[in-house]
Design a binder for this molecule. Structure first.
Ligand code: FES
Length: 102
């Protein structure tokens, strides 16, 4: 595992999504309650940044065609999505969020 420092925990929107770039990879970070999750930052359907989407009930809604992904598993939940989104391991240490891109 290679952990990359991504952002300060306090900068994450509570129950929302925040976009970052790690090693040139767009990543969407989610703070759901006290847990932090990460997915690839771009929708699997077309070029839309999930950080511009809407979080509700553990799901991220893509801003372009309203496709839904499960934030925890990355599973595509409805049309027009046909492909799950990649998820990444996350840890928080000393107030910093780290992401493993592997
Ligand atoms: Fe995300 Fe179409 S670009 S649903």
């Amino acid at each position: 595992m290679t952990w990359h420092a991504a952002i300060s925990l306090e900068l994450l929107r509570p129950d929302g999504v925040t976009g970052v770039e790690i090693e040139g990879v767009p990543v969407a970070l989610y703070k759901l309650g006290e847990q932090v999750y990460a997915t690839h930052g771009i929708c699997t359907h077309a070029l839309a940044f999930l950080a511009d989407g809407f979080v509700e009930d553990g799901k991220i809604e893509c801003p372009l065609h309203q496709g839904l992904f499960d934030i925890r598993s990355g599973k595509a939940l409805c049309t027009p999505l046909t492909e799950d989104i990649k998820t990444y391991a996350v840890k928080v240490e000393d107030g910093t969020v780290f992401v493993d891109l592997d």
